[in-house]
Design a protein around this ligand. Structure first.
Ligand SMILES: [Mg+2]
Length: 188
């Protein structure tokens, strides 16, 4: 099966990093699960400008960018999928510089997955054509893939728990859960 993965929030866990970054840059204690634009801005925890600057530091500098943690289970289950014969590809909204940091980070963390960075504000629809599966932590990124990728999954985090994905995607709680869902698809 051809499986597409989002990067931030599926392969790497930026929540903790953003929380640490907010502490360092602004002296604020904001828990990782608050780091979704509509929450962190909507609740007035950061201004839009502060959040943009934080994102720039996290995604666009090697100093902070390489400190991300892998999402639990990514290494084990991505290797399992590959040995089952599935093809994995990361399709991310990161731009060129941010994608280079992501690739360097994967190397350091022993992950060997092809990555395509399409840049921010662009629909993933074209890049995802031909995939059997796509998983993202952002429902807005999955919506344009309806009718293009037959099996869509939303990776669960505290910051997206309030969203109801049922009409678009199936909610996934962990990499183990995702692997089990892929196995189910493979036998049907
Ligand atoms: Mg994401």
């Amino acid at each position: 099966m051809k499986i597409g993965l989002d990067f931030d929030g599926v392969v790497s866990d930026c929540g903790q990093l953003k929380s640490d970054g907010a502490k360092k840059m602004y002296g604020l204690d904001i828990p990782p699960e608050k780091f979704k634009t509509e929450i962190v801005i909507g609740e007035g925890l950061l201004t839009l400008e502060q959040y943009k600057n934080l994102q720039k530091e996290i995604y666009g500098t090697r100093r902070l960018g390489l400190l991300m943690h892998p999402v639990e289970g990514i290494k084990e289950y991505s290797e399992k999928l590959r040995s089952d014969g599935d093809e994995l590809k990361i399709i991310t909204s990161r731009g060129k510089l941010e994608s280079e940091i992501a690739m360097e980070w994967m190397k350091i963390n022993g992950l060997n997955i092809n990555l395509v960075g399409i840049g921010g504000g662009i629909s993933k629809a074209d890049a995802c054509r031909g995939l059997d599966v796509y998983i993202d932590d952002d429902l807005d990124k999955l919506e344009p893939l309806v009718g293009i990728v037959p099996n869509l999954f939303l990776f669960s985090w505290g910051y997206n728990l309030y969203i109801r994905p049922e009409k678009i995607a199936k909610r996934i709680n962990s990499w183990r859960h995702f692997y089990e869902e892929i196995l189910k698809l493979s036998v049907t």
